[in-house]
Design a protein around this ligand. Structure first.
Ligand SMILES: NC(=O)c1ccc[n+]([C@@H]2O[C@H](COP(=O)([O-])OP(=O)(O)OC[C@H]3O[C@@H](n4cnc5c(N)ncnc54)[C@H](O)[C@@H]3O)[C@@H](O)[C@H]2O)c1
Length: 248
């Protein structure tokens, strides 16, 4: 068994060692850590104090060897015969994912998807309060959606600065997405979640994640077709591809 790395506690600043560790985590493992966090939060709500790697792996839809490997990236090895302390593991994953502070979110494009995202109650509780909404449609400007009045896109720089927006969500039609992205970047937003099916060009310091539901359906189709050709995996996971939407 590898020697445990000293644990970082809740009150600590993000120490250089933790930052170094975060840089070394593969992208796919980061996505799975977010899934473990969701599962662990559910366990905590049910009053569970400890969880074995097998239980956590099953609940997250991965195999337990992969789970242990993922948790080793954050220096969490659990205790033989006991497993992981739920509260401690939540704290460690939140620290690595940078969730120890809130990230204010702006949604741009308040159509079908933008309305749904603005109204979704699950973001604030997970540290992502939606604090600004933008559109170009005159009929929408000033109208509150989920209690937040829609601003015109022309106001994006001022509003994003005032509300300390750190994440921009693009829910516009594809032809508008690059222009919106440029405005967000000019407004100082460095993290962008893009729902429009286009590839965005951004400077190096800006992080873009793309949610493409059509790609997810195609991946599902591939796995269904592959299962039809051979036996199903024994542990319910599909080559470590965790359940739920994957962004790229
Ligand atoms: N609706 C879905 O289920 C869904 C699912 C996945 C992805 N998407 C993608 O999300 C995007 C939005 O889809 P939708 O169905 O909500 O579209 P929609 O047409 O209902 O809404 C788009 C909104 O963007 C606004 N807009 C247009 N140009 C703008 C600009 N320059 N600045 C700010 N706002 C602008 C429009 O006024 C409109 O309110 C599309 O790219 C779509 O492909 C949609």
């Amino acid at each position: 068994m590898t020697a445990p790395i000293p644990r970082v506690t809740a009150g600590d600043p993000v120490v250089p060692a933790a930052r170094e560790r975060a840089r070394a985590i593969p992208e796919a493992a980061v996505a799975r850590l977010a899934v473990y966090l969701r599962v662990l939060s559910g366990l905590q709500e049910q009053g569970c104090h400890t969880v074995s790697s097998e239980e956590l792996a099953v609940a997250a839809g991965v195999n337990s060897a992969k789970l242990r490997k993922d948790l080793s990236y954050i220096g969490s090895y659990g205790t033989r015969g006991v497993g992981y302390e739920v509260a401690v593991l939540i704290e460690e994953i939140e620290r690595i994912l940078g969730l120890t502070r809130k990230h204010s979110v702006a949604v741009v494009g308040i159509g079908n998807l933008g309305h749904a995202l603005a109204n979704y109650g699950g973001f604030p509780g997970r540290g992502f309060p939606v604090s600004a909404l933008f559109d170009i449609d005159a009929d929408l400007i000033g109208i509150p959606v989920a209690g937040i009045p829609v601003n015109h896109i022309e106001e994006i720089t001022r509003v994003c600065a005032e509300r300390e927006v750190s994440i921009g969500v693009i829910a516009t039609p594809p032809p508008a997405a690059q222009g919106v992205c440029d405005r967000l970047v000019a407004a100082g937003v460095q993290c962008i979640l893009n729902f429009a099916p286009v590839v965005l060009q951004v400077p190096d310091h800006v992080e873009v994640r793309k949610v493409d539901l059509a790609v997810e359906l195609q991946v599902l189709s591939f796995h269904v077709a592959r299962r039809a050709d051979g036996p199903a995996p024994v542990n319910g996971s599909v080559n470590g591809h965790v359940g739920g939407m994957v962004v790229s």
